[in-house]
Design a protein around this ligand. Structure first.
Ligand SMILES: C[S@@+](CC[C@H](N)C(=O)[O-])C[C@H]1O[C@@H](n2cnc3c(N)ncnc32)[C@H](O)[C@@H]1O
Length: 265
């Protein structure tokens, strides 16, 4: 377990993004301040709880694709969130029990739960690093205890890049990590998109009090984060449209959460 430095304290008086997300997903690891912001947001965007669930469903489909069709055996999941159903290691190891997963988050409550809950298969491995996305060198250094960085790794950035406002900074973090990974590695992400007025208003409310603040991107800006990578079909789409399960010919409704999976050539 890494990260003995720079530990933020558990603050139950300020709403925290990981705990609001947990509340929206129907979890119990949240406090009154988090539920208050969650309820205000749901008033403005009643679908947000459903959007959270649909985003997690995309996470599971993307990880299943990566461990299955793409054959990836190593995962670096930054912005883990509080443990919920279908955590990355559960999905990956259900396909490939030997899969190795390193989780990274900087929320103290995620850290507390990760220690207790993120236990994988005996054949595989899971580790947890208490670190900030903005410190990719440290993340890579500590991740290399568990992952062989000379072999392909899937970098998982689900619902976290919206916390980095500038595209330049977000792209530089991605590039620092992807440059250290070999050809055959992947980037999988989703984030909130500025595709409706309702979501823009919901994020405005979120940002009045929640920590850290969140910034929506357009699908075009999200696509820009994948420059240098080959987009896996169907490219940058609403999370509901990324390789949906189910036999119906009708495409699912689009939501204000966009995603993509990119392959390092
Ligand atoms: C919206 S949640 C998403 C959780 C999960 N990936 C999912 O898709 O359900 C965002 C997570 O990113 C974490 N996070 C935000 N900013 C971070 C940073 N700078 N470094 C590390 N983790 C961060 C939060 O603590 C939170 O757990």
């Amino acid at each position: 377990m890494g990260g003995e430095q720079s530990k933020p304290k558990l603050d139950t008086g300020v709403p925290q993004t990981a705990r609001i997300w947990n509340y929206l997903l129907g979890g119990k690891d949240n406090f009154a301040v988090d539920r208050e912001v969650g309820d205000q947001i749901i008033t403005n965007l009643p679908h947000l709880a459903e959007n959270a669930r649909l985003s997690r469903a995309y996470l599971a489909r993307a990880v299943r694709y990566l461990a299955g069709e793409a054959g990836v055996r190593q995962f670096l999941d930054i912005g883990t969130g509080l443990p919920t159903a279908d955590n990355t290691h559960e999905v990956a190891q259900s396909v490939a029990p030997e899969a190795r997963i390193v989780y990274v988050d900087n929320d103290p409550l995620v850290l507390a739960h990760a220690r207790a809950l993120l236990v994988g298969t005996p054949e595989g491995a899971t580790d947890y690093i208490d670190a900030d996305l903005r410190d990719p060198d440290r993340i890579l250094r500590e991740a290399s205890r568990t992952l062989d960085l000379s072999q392909p790794v899937a970098l998982i950035l689900m619902g976290i890049l919206g916390h980095v406002e500038s595209d330049e900074e977000a792209k530089s973090i991605i590039d620092t990590i992807m440059d250290r990974l070999p050809s055959g590695s992947y980037l999988a992400m989703y984030d909130g998109s500025d595709t409706s007025e309702a979501v823009t208003e919901a994020v405005r409310i979120w940002n009045i009090s929640a920590n850290p603040k969140y910034h929506l991107r357009s699908p075009e800006r999200i696509a820009g984060l994948f420059q240098g990578l080959d987009l896996v079909e169907p490219g940058v789409v609403s999370v509901t449209r990324w390789r949906p399960d189910g036999g119906s010919d009708a495409l699912p409704e689009e939501i204000d959460q966009y995603c993509a999976v990119g392959h390092k050539p």
